[in-house]
Write a protein that binds this ligand. Structure first.
Ligand SMILES: *Cc1c(COP(=O)(O)O)cnc(C)c1O
Length: 230
């Protein structure tokens, strides 16, 4: 358990410092611990330190881990990797949140696959602010429309917006992309959607993301250490 204590504490301290610096209330930013590539025992150790929300990128890998951690009743799993239509059923069954929705047909599949025994699936619309063709996500202008579709589906609950800026060494360019994500979030609000989550910022840039309005940061490396090359 000691293995991750310092790293988790340091990450929470960075978040708290960034909240203060931005004049935002304490605990207004949630930490999502990104556990992809790390074994179930690592998740269990970080859970034992009090962390509850974990992010996974690959449905297959996550399913194996979830099975090993089924005894952790209040753990919260977030899907943060690209989601293909043929994985929607298992994603809807396994995860509490899907942060990477970018197509109406997948929204429909997720809603259809979510059982009435489960609470509604919490969903973020992923927005592509980098403009890179290889990146997932809808164009910024399409985000409120897709969020509206999510809101209209019975087994889904629209919660907000998620984004991954293009890697850049230019802090100004990074900030501009975070601002664009914030703009999408505000546009959803203005459309009357009940959104409360803006997921942006990772190990390297969470301070800027919090300054620009993130309510959730997704942090892997700073908690679990470097990932092996996939
Ligand atoms: C891996 C990953 C993260 C975590 O990145 P770190 O730099 O390790 O903190 C966050 N978000 C997404 C979508 C990821 O795939």
């Amino acid at each position: 358990m000691g293995q991750y204590a310092n790293a988790l504490q340091a990450t929470l301290a960075r978040i708290a410092a960034a909240e203060r610096a931005a004049g935002r209330p304490p605990a207004s930013v949630r930490l999502l611990a990104v556990s992809k590539t790390f074994p179930a025992e690592a998740v269990r150790a970080v859970y034992a330190l009090g962390q509850r929300a974990f992010g996974e990128n690959y449905v297959q890998e996550a399913s194996a881990k979830l099975a090993l951690l089924a005894d952790l009743r209040d753990i919260e799993w977030h899907m943060i990797g690209p989601l293909q239509g043929n994985k929607a059923r298992i994603a809807a069954a396994s995860f509490g949140w899907v942060e990477t929705l970018d197509r109406p047909d997948i929204a429909q599949r997720l809603s259809a696959a979510r059982t009435g025994a489960q609470p509604p699936l919490d969903v973020l619309v992923q927005v592509n602010v980098s403009g890179e063709a290889t990146k997932s996500g809808v164009a910024p202008g399409e985000a409120p429309g897709l969020a509206q579709i999510v809101a209209s589906l019975p087994r889904l609950r629209i919660r907000g917006i998620m984004g991954i800026p293009a890697p850049t060494s230019d802090p100004g360019q990074l900030r501009a992309q975070f601002r664009q994500l914030r703009g999408c979030y505000e546009a959803c609000r203005a459309a009357g959607l009940p959104v409360d989550t803006l997921s942006m910022g990772m190990s390297a840039d969470l301070e800027i993301a919090i300054e620009e309005g993130a309510t959730e940061v997704r942090v892997g490396t700073s908690i679990f250490g470097p990932r092996p090359a996939r």
